[in-house]
Ligand binder design. Sequence first.
Ligand SMILES: *Cc1c(COP(=O)(O)O)cnc(C)c1O
Length: 378
Amino acid sequence: MKFGTRLLHNGHEIDPFTKGLSIPIYQVSTYQQDSVDHFGKYDYARSDNPTREALEETIALLENGTRGFAFASGMAAISSILLLFSPGDHLVVCEDVYGGTYRVLTTLFSRLGITVTFVDATIPENIRAAIRPETKGLFLETPSNPLLKITDLKAAAEIAREQGIITMVDNTFMTPYLQRPLDLGCDIVLHSGTKFLNGHTDVICGLAVVKEKELGSRIRFIQNAFGAILGPQDAWLVLRGLKTLKVRIDESQRTAIAVADWLTRQERVKDVYYPGLQAHPGFDVHNRQSSGPGAVLSFTLDTLDLTRKLLENCKLAAFAVSLGGVESIISYPAKMSHASMPCEERKARGISDTLVRLSLGLEDSGDMIKELDRLING
Ligand SMILES: *Cc1c(COP(=O)(O)O)cnc(C)c1O
């Protein structure tokens, strides 16, 4: 069965109790028990809720995992997964990781005695070189944010596996439609479901998926004990959004390819970062491990004034934080997603003050290019 079909026919789309073609929103906190000796499958909704469960089982299936988990936000998912580690443990993390992940690692988990080395993971040997005896985890994002750098997931996972290290991949930019890290040997997939998976700019959500059963049990324990779960209303919205994931990404990606190509031909545009461009250094690796370049790209402009003009006057892309919605979003990494990274750190990583990130939505691609032309060349 192809991915688009599986989005609609995966065994978790029909309400098992009523046969409804939409899973109801089980707005409930606790469940009546019949016997002192034996509690039913559902006893308290932090542990289990049928709406959340349908979403968890759906995302597990889509990622080719065995178990899925839904959290209150992408950061709740990432932070809950990081609770797998203990004081003294060391992590290797790709250097242009999402700003919120950088912040939680360097301000909260560092206080709990978990240390981190950031590496340019586009060269797998850098990962190997950063591994120490106490290294327990490898955290990757590919394409990375906001420079769309590509990491070879298979090569990275192999290096980690040799050393008994858990590989985690933030798959937010790709979604399981375009890239499935568990199939490439990684252990945990993470998502900000806020972005493409829900896709309608109306929910904050996080997801995690694993393949290995024992790891699944450990995460299940953390999810229930730490309690950063997703509520049933939001789980329902993400389930609904997921049904159109393929058509949304197909359309947005088509526009992204056209826009990226147009941008490369504009004099006032300096660099274009998009793994769909043949000139992108990660083009081959990305093509090998995913089925498309996605709908997010970034680029630099020749002046700060032009950068400001584009951000503040674009009528077809909202100037906002976030990405992956049906509406295009234009954002400014230096002051948005990466504001929590110190300035020197940001500069060292190539996140300049004229860098703009564009997430394409479902607007007509001709209209979008016309609008960019008006702003950049007008
Ligand atoms: C948005 C985002 C997150 C954080 O997710 P929230 O739902 O905002 O908590 C993590 N990783 C990436 C790549 C993101 O884009």
